[in-house]
Design a protein around this ligand. Structure first.
Ligand code: GLU
Length: 421
């Protein structure tokens, strides 16, 4: 029996089962590694602008506490549930371990549609969520960050709510805050920058000249937008396709990314209304030919149905869990055609710079952006090298290699600490 139901947790469980088999982990050790340590569910009653009261459901799942605080984002999205948040917390653990960060994974969520809330309502949801979580979080217990549907402003409200309770400013309670409140330079761009760094590494490994490569980016949130803009401006890629939850556009000659950026900036961040001629069915977009395909939106978009049809050289997983285990088996057979940069490696730039933010807050000593970026690229380089070396040595996929490294580190930590009491 478990509270972690639904397809996303089932996916995390299936992936873990395959890794545990690969690592020969005894059956009686597996549940201890997979199942989260704590799960908190809260109700969040809010006065709406129209005078009514609405109760939202909020979650926080803390996967393991072996190395220190737990770490991970908070997602505001209509369909969030405990199973999804649980799975995302598990993935955060493997991600942090792979990057060598002293954290266990966590994730939070509030089932709400932030696009439909006024700013005042959004602030009320954010503050009440943090208020309800105060007994369970802390700078050395659990440190929150942005995820889908949350941003720097939400982190500022979290930080203020926690700090008002404690009686003094506690910037280290969250990462991804505004720089003016103790956030770090380079955090907002970190995930996208990391994706682009790893794409360039993969292109280099494949001996492909980055200039003139074609890319399709699914998702135009914090990760997708920074990735698309940097691929176009830094790498010299042509963005041939882009989408978000409101629209999808495709043009094999290349899209005008500057114009898209301006449009989104003027329209609450969404892509709808940018062009009529270049619109394409979102499901078809990811099957179009390109060198670099970046799913940077939600889970399970590459599945048993379409995994055989995607036509890219590099699949760079900016999102968490975009590829189902069934799709993985198909991609594994296509290893010579498609190089996968698995999510826990590909999008780890975000949590890596979150870690830098937390360290700077604890020390009250702040770094320049070049220092942040240099340190970020160094950690990504180390993780990329470890993953690709292990994949080659054991003839396994990059995902299996990345997860094996993450799971092994958590397992070793638990072994060394022993079982209490
Ligand atoms: N939400 C991001 C992730 O999924 C970042 C987490 C963090 O910075 O703690 O990796």
């Amino acid at each position: 029996m478990t509270i972690y139901t639904g397809p996303v947790f089932a996916m995390a469980r299936e992936q873990f089962g395959a890794i545990a088999d690969h690592l020969d982990i005894p059956l009686d050790e597996r549940d201890r590694l997979l199942y989260p340590k704590r799960a908190i569910t809260v109700s969040i009653p809010i006065h709406m602008d129209d005078g009514s009261t609405t109760v939202f459901e909020g979650y926080r799942v803390q996967h393991h506490l072996t190395f220190g605080a737990t770490k991970g984002g908070v997602r505001f999205a209509p369909n969030v549930d405990i199973g999804e948040v649980g799975a995302l917390s598990v993935w955060m653990s493997w991600k942090c371990a792979l990057a060598g960060l002293p954290y266990g994974g966590a994730k939070g969520g509030v089932a709400c549609d932030p696009q439909k809330l006024s700013i005042r309502e959004l602030e009320a949801v954010s503050r009440r969520y943090m208020q309800e979580m105060i007994p369970f979080v802390g700078p050395h217990t659990d440190v929150m960050a942005p995820d889908m549907g949350t941003n720097e402003q939400v982190m500022a409200w979290f930080m203020d709510t926690y700090s008002m309770h404690i009686g003094h400013a506690v910037p280290e309670i969250v990462t991804g805050k505004p720089v003016a409140l103790g956030g770090t330079v380079g955090r907002r761009e970190a995930t996208g920058r990391g994706v682009v760094y790893l794409v360039e590494r993969a292109l280099n490994q494949l001996k492909i000249n980055p200039v003139g490569t074609t890319a399709i980016v699914q998702g135009y949130g914090n990760v997708g937008s920074v990735t698309a803009i940097n691929l176009a401006r830094r790498t010299g890629s042509r963005i041939v396709g882009i989408s978000d939850h409101t629209a999808a556009y495709y043009d094999p000659r290349g899209l005008d990314i500057d114009s898209i950026e301006r449009h989104a900036g003027a329209n609450r961040g969404v892509l709808a209304g940018w062009s009529e001629q270049l619109a394409i069915d979102p499901g078809e977009l990811i099957e179009q030919p390109c060198d670099i395909l970046v799913p940077a939106a939600v889970e399970r978009v590459i599945n048993g149905e379409n995994a055989g049809r995607i036509k890219c050289r590099i699949l760079a997983e900016g999102a968490n869990g975009p590829t189902t285990p069934e799709a993985d088996r198909i991609l594994d057979r296509r290893r010579d055609e498609v190089l996968v940069i698995p999510d826990i490696l590909c999008n780890s730039g975000g949590v890596i710079v979150s870690y830098f933010e937390w360290v700077q807050d604890l020390q009250q000593l702040f770094w320049a952006e070049t220092e942040v970026n240099d340190k970020l690229y160094r950690l990504l380089e180390m993780a990329f090298t470890q993953v690709t070396k292990r994949a080659a040595a054991e003839n396994i996929s990059n995902r299996t290699a990345a997860m094996a490294i993450g799971v092994e580190k958590v397992r070793e930590g638990k072994r060394l600490r022993g079982l209490f009491p």
